[in-house]
Design a protein around this ligand. Structure first.
Ligand code: ADP
Length: 659
């Protein structure tokens, strides 16, 4: 826009300068042309003067010839012939020069030719008269008369010639004068005309130029103001955005945003109604008022029929400059009018083409909102609609999350209860199973001892199987009881000396060590840890027992036990030279009943490592294994380090008393 105005301004400026220059050039051209014509006319006058002068000179020469001859005839003195001689010498040149001057005038050329031929005849007679006189003869009267006739004729002809030229000169002088007058007249008229026109044109152009300059200035000013307004608008919209982001409830969000919008839109009261199409109710959710009073207090419920829903949807928004002038049948507008409101702008809140509510901006002044404020209000309303929608979704999400949390808590409680029930059941079953098992074992033993003679070897073998099965089952039940007890008993953590733990464990499996000729190396002293002594003895016993057990037949089990300190943790390693464990099984062997071999190959219940992991977890530690098939296994447990003095002196910071 500004560029267009500048171009127009430049064009006008150029035409304001160019046209006067062209007109002045035209005037100069006309003047030069007229002056050239005038000069040419004057040259002709001058030329005619020169012709007349030359004719007079010729006449004078003829007179000189005549006078010289006469003087000589009368006196006979040769000196009197001097004018005759001088004139005779010039006469031909004089004729030629005159001829040159009148070459453009055929009439005069002819006349001059006649004069010249008469002059030749005349001159001949004069020459004869001079010769006669020189001879002393007297010229006859007839000769004199004849020469007089010729002289008169020549004189007449020259006089006619000069008269013609004079007439010509007068005509030309008159024409030159007329030309001069015409030049002066036309120059004055043209100068006045063109000068006046240029003056008027320049004045007109200057007015136009200053008008377009003013327009350009106004446009620039307008654009600057627009840019400033846009910047202000951006800042305010940004503030509204921030308010929307910062608010933690829809009401607060709307109040803050509406207060910010007041800087851009001069409303007195603004309020937002949210629609519930299921109940047919619109609720005034929040508002802002510069007068301190809202037309409807927050929370007011209004039937949806009172709003102008259809109209607002069709028109995107509606604006009533003066409510007192409009015959509205919309209840809410009639109510606003009855409360003294004059001007109202209503903008629907749409989320993905779905109407969720309306924003009302009202004031007691007529026509208070211009198109710019309409745009701003629409823009802010669109943002608010999205923010409300998001807020509603967030609230919905929060309630879902709370509900979900509650459900998880309930399920966990149910699960814990079920688990406890199951453990109690396992415990009681395991416990109760032991009594009949003892009976089986006892009676099998009694059969062997008291009635062995009544059984053949096969019968006795069966009784052995019964006893073995009962022992196996007893071990399983004992392990199960130990495992389920781990979840039930209260484990008190204290500093315990690992050396004494390993010693106690070794004592428990001494028979197994002797039977398998196992070689156990303990790198004592081992450091103290925080743990539960009896549980820890069970853990180490299980690890050592496995280390001796899972060895290929015929190989002497060699086990090494040592401790390693890592920051505040003590790692106890049990390293064997056994069959090793493939990497894919190294994690699952810590689960209950997970065994990699049949009972016939290696005896066991599959509960030992599960007890290890659960026990260590209950003591706040970790367990693991590093192994390769056929290359032995490196089992480890990690427990927090304790400062412990031998022989029971406890200097640890840990809570609890020693067991
Ligand atoms: P159990 O010893 O009664 O079979 P565990 O829970 O103690 O049960 O061990 C589970 C399985 O892990 C064992 O059956 C065995 O296959 C494997 N395992 C445990 N310790 C070792 C070890 N030191 N070397 C090789 N395999 C082992």
């Amino acid at each position: 826009m500004l560029q267009i105005t500048q171009v127009a301004f430049r064009r006008r400026l150029i035409s304001a300068i160019a046209l006067p220059i062209i007109l002045l050039l035209l005037l100069s051209g006309v003047s030069i042309w007229q002056i050239t014509r005038l000069l040419s006319a004057m040259r002709w006058v001058d030329h005619t003067d020169r012709v007349i002068g030359q004719a007079n000179h010729l006449q004078k020469l003829l007179l000189d010839i005549e006078t010289g001859v006469r003087g000589y005839q009368i006196t006979g003195i040769p000196e009197f012939l001097e004018p005759y001689q001088q004139a005779s010498a010039q006469i031909d040149t004089a004729f030629d020069q005159l001829g040159d001057l009148i070459v453009d005038n055929p009439k005069q050329v002819k006349r001059l030719k006649n004069i010249e031929s008469a002059q030749i005849t005349w001159y001949k007679s004069i020459s004869q008269a001079i010769t006669r006189k020189q001879r002393g003869e007297v010229e006859p009267l007839s000769g004199l008369k004849y020469r007089k006739q010729i002289t008169d004729a020549i004189r007449r002809q020259i006089a006619d010639f000069i008269a013609t030229e004079e007439q010509l000169r007068n005509q030309r002088a008159e024409m030159a004068q007329k030309n001069t007058q015409r030049v002066i007249f036309t120059s004055v008229i043209l100068s006045i005309g063109i000068g006046g026109f240029i003056g008027y044109f320049i004045q007109w152009q200057l007015a136009k130029v200053s008008q377009s300059y003013e327009n350009a200035l106004l446009t620039a000013q307008e654009q600057t103001e627009n840019a400033q307004r846009s910047a202000q608008r951006l800042v305010a919209l940004h503030d509204i955005d921030r308010a929307i982001l910062a608010a933690d409830s829809i009401e607060l969000l709307l109040r803050t945003a509406l207060a910010q919008m007041q800087q851009l839109v001069p409303y007195q009261q603004a309020f937002v109604a949210l629609f519930d199409f299921d109940t047919g109710i619109g609720r005034i959710i929040a508002g802002n008022s510069v007068t301190g009073e809202l037309p409807y207090p927050e929370g007011t419920q209004i039937p949806l029929a009172d709003f102008a829903l259809e109209q607002s949807l069709q028109q995107v928004f509606y604006y009533i400059e003066d409510l007192t002038d409009s015959n509205t049948c919309i209840t809410i507008l009639a109510q606003l009018r009855s409360r003294g409101i004059r001007c109202c702008l209503c903008i629907p809140m749409l989320v993905e083409q779905t109407l969720i509510g309306e924003l009302y901006l009202t004031t007691t002044q007529i026509a208070a909102f211009d198109t710019q404020t309409h745009d701003i209000a629409r823009e802010v309303t669109a943002q608010l609609a999205i923010a409300i929608q998001q807020s509603l979704l967030r609230e919905q999400l929060q309630s879902y999350a709370l509900e979900l949390e509650q459900r998880v808590r309930d399920r966990t409680a149910d699960l814990e209860a079920a688990n406890q029930e199951l453990e109690a059941f396992t415990y009681s079953i395991s416990h109760d199973l032991r009594a009949p098992l003892r009976t089986i074992q006892g009676f099998a033993q009694a059969l062997l001892e008291d009635y062995s003679d009544q059984f053949d070897t096969v019968g006795q073998e069966y009784i052995h199987y019964i006893t073995e099965g009962a022992v196996q089952m007893d071990t399983l039940i004992a392990d199960l009881l130990a495992y389920s007890r781990l979840s039930r008993v209260d484990i008190q953590l204290n500093p315990v000396d690992l050396t004494s733990i390993v010693e106690a464990a070794l004592k428990q499996i001494s028979t197994q060590i002797q039977e398998q000729h196992a070689q156990i190396t303990v790198n004592s002293p081992l450091p103290p840890v925080i743990g539960h002594r009896p549980t820890l003895i069970q853990v180490v016993t299980n690890l050592l027992s496995n280390a001796i057990k899972f060895v290929k037949p015929g190989i002497q089990p060699k086990v090494e036990v040592y401790a390693q300190e890592q920051q505040h943790w003590i790692h106890l390693w049990v390293i064997d030279n056994g069959i090793g464990i493939a990497p894919e099984h190294q994690e699952r062997i810590f689960n209950v009943f997970e065994r990699l071999h049949g009972v016939e190959t290696y005896s066991g219940t599959g509960i030992g490592l599960a007890i290890v992991r659960k026990s260590i977890e209950r003591m706040g530690g970790r367990t693991g294994v590093e192994s390769q098939p056929d290359l032995g296994s490196h089992f480890w447990i990690a427990l927090p380090k304790a400062t412990f003095h031998a022989h029971g002196t406890n200097k640890s910071n840990s809570a609890g008393s020693s067991n």
